[in-house]
Design a protein around this ligand. Structure first.
Ligand SMILES: Nc1ncnc2c1ncn2[C@@H]1O[C@H](COP(=O)(O)OP(=O)(O)OP(=O)(O)O)[C@@H](O)[C@H]1O
Length: 566
């Protein structure tokens, strides 16, 4: 439970309840007020945020519609062009075009189709966070395995987390990077929000560190370098993560790192978040007493590295699963609400590096408030234990990340960090193809051995969530969560329409793919021998020679029995 004193530093995480309470809404809608000037003309922040979210939803909707229409037109035009040049009977040409339209219709239907929790078989729990749980699941129609994060709407509203929920969904839907966990679908029902992500079976960095105690510098360098690429990719999209910690660094089957948990991320484009600018310029507005309380020098018992490590490990999981989390990786400017930008993520990276090599984070204390004090007093509190045998370069890099914003590497761009001597020899462009220090043991696609064991908690639909003022504010059509639904079209392509992903990829990469390529990836094999010969002729087979066999082995595959029908 957060006490008054610890709550101050968790303001981002534990914002005050949303101002748009039912009472206020009731006042706004009061019939007696019709025709009279409102008491206060300025819309509340919550209203502004809802308007921004609605605007973004509408914009995104039309952008996606326009893009799909454009792509569809391009595919048709390529096909028509190829057909025009082909010496094929008119009847066959008509059939090809008819098949094309049929397939495109099916594709559009799948894009529109609503997903729900019933579409998945729910399997074991692999994570529990502040606001929900994560479990592996299997999509019933395709058999594909995913990780499902489930968040309770009433909790989100009660804790003023609506903006954070939107942010997480937006980042995941927007940023398409190999270093970021892939979002496949998001949807909601009356009580919950769901994110369906790719399942990364290697566990997370927190679990790896708890099993290994410390890493060698070479091992740490690999993980840190990959984390840098992940942070870089979200910064490129103008997002700041604000909650980078080992629990949010997930490990793929090959032992590579992907960043997750964007619940605290923020867009630096103020148009989407009207009050974020205010947050950025909110310098030194923290009441003096509170500021003093954080700045007071901490006192801590002197422990050996081993004792501190043991202590940290005993507390680590409790901290991870508490609603306030751990402050160990948070930058001082964030704690002091001094106004901050992307540099705060580079501080967190420095703290993680320290933990990887020393065994516990640099400002660890028994009490979260004492940790905050140490962070704020980093100048005197950052110390490397005598027992830790670290290279001069790595100590230098950590010191240059755990320092003031002005001095911090990364403030002028990620190149500053990449150029540090500790990374000498790293091939940044090929990092994702290189071998990881540890290849996680994964026996089968549902194997969860790299995660902690979590007990099932009896159904979360307790009566309390169905009662009270928050209940009135939630429904699957709730404006608070407008635009939450998302479908990753690549996943629809890959898992629901065999051949569609290939077709789209080819029409993107080749200016003019051969007729054979288009035909093979889109339609049942030709029955007409003349047409088959034509497709095999050198004029049309350019670029398709040696290509794999069509995924359509028989005409019925256009109506794949596995495809859901509604
Ligand atoms: N896509 C995934 N694949 C595998 N494991 C995952 C995935 N997403 C999350 N997890 C596991 O679940 C844990 C909790 O997930 P996450 O951090 O997203 O939840 P949260 O409720 O936002 O937590 P927090 O309290 O840190 O904000 C992760 O540390 C990880 O172990």
């Amino acid at each position: 439970m957060a006490t008054e004193s610890t709550r101050s530093w968790f303001q981002i995480r534990q914002q005050k309840p949303d101002k748009s309470s039912p009472t206020k809404k009731g006042q706004e809608g009061n019939v007696k007020n019709i025709g009279r000037p409102p008491m206060n003309d300025a819309p509340s922040n919550a209203t502004k945020q809802k308007v921004a979210a609605a605007k973004q939803y509408i914009e995104n909707h039309y952008k996606t519609q326009k893009k799909s229409l454009q792509e569809r037109k391009e595919r048709r035009s390529i096909l028509e062009q190829n057909l025009a040049e082909a010496d094929v009977p008119v009847e066959d040409k008509m059939n090809i075009l008819k098949n094309f339209e049929k397939k495109e219709m099916e594709y559009m239907r799948l894009q529109r189709q609503k997903m729900g929790v019933d579409d998945f078989e729910l399997l074991s729990i692999i994570g529990r966070g502040a606001f929900g749980e994560v479990r592996i699941c299997r999509e019933k129609t395709t058999g594909s395995v995913y990780a499902m994060k489930k968040l309770k709407k009433s909790e989100m509203l009660r804790r003023g987390q609506v903006e954070h929920v939107r942010a997480e969904r937006n980042v995941l839907a927007e940023v398409d990077s190999p270093f970021i966990v892939k979002l496949c679908y998001s949807f909601q029902d009356d009580e919950h929000l769901y994110l369906i992500m790719e399942y990364l079976p290697g566990g997370d960095m927190m679990t790896l560190l708890m099993r290994k105690d410390i890493l060698q510098e070479d091992e740490a360098r690999f993980y840190v370098a990959q984390t840098i690429l992940a942070i870089e990719s979200i910064h490129r999209h103008n997002y700041v993560h604000r909650d980078i910690k080992p629990d949010n660094l997930l490990i793929t089957r090959n032992g590579h790192i992907k960043l997750s948990d964007f619940g605290l991320s923020k867009s630096l484009e103020s148009k989407n978040f009207p009050d974020f600018k205010a947050e950025l310029v909110d310098r030194n507005t923290r009441p003096a007493a509170e500021h003093d309380r954080l700045s007071r020098p901490p006192s801590a018992p002197k422990r050996t590295q081993q004792e501190q490590l043991l202590h940290w490990q005993q507390n680590r999981r409790t901290l991870a699963f508490s609603t306030v989390g751990t402050p160990d990786y948070i930058a001082p400017e964030v704690l002091l609400k001094k106004g901050y930008g992307m540099e705060c993520d580079w501080w967190s990276l420095g703290a993680i590096m320290f933990e990887m090599l020393v065994g516990f984070p640099p400002f660890y204390s028994e009490e979260p408030l004492a940790t905050c004090r140490k962070i704020v007093n980093w100048k005197t509190c950052l110390k490397f234990p005598d027992e830790a045998k670290l290279s001069v370069e790595v100590k230098d890099l950590i010191r240059r990340l755990l320092c003031s914003v002005e001095q911090r590497l990364g403030t002028k761009g990620v190149h500053e960090i990449k150029a540090h001597p500790w990374f000498r020899g790293i091939e940044w462009e090929r990092l994702y193809e290189s071998n990881a220090p540890y290849i996680p043991k994964v026996k089968h696609e549902l194997d969860t051995q790299n995660f902690e064991k979590f007990d099932e908690v009896p159904s979360t639909s307790q009566p309390s969530s169905k009662a009270g003022p928050w209940r009135k504010m939630i429904s699957s059509k709730d404006v608070n969560f407008l635009g939450y639904t998302f479908k990753n079209l690549e996943i629809v392509d890959e898992h629901h329409i065999p051949g569609m992903a290939e077709l789209k990829r080819k029409s993107k990469t080749a200016k003019k793919p051969s007729l054979k390529t288009l035909f093979e990836t889109s339609y049942p094999p030709p029955e007409n021998q003349a047409l088959e010969d034509l497709l095999d002729s050198p004029i049309y087979s350019e670029g398709s020679r040696g290509s794999s066999k069509s995924p359509f082995s028989h005409p019925n595959q256009l109506h794949n029995p596995q495809m859901p029908r509604r």
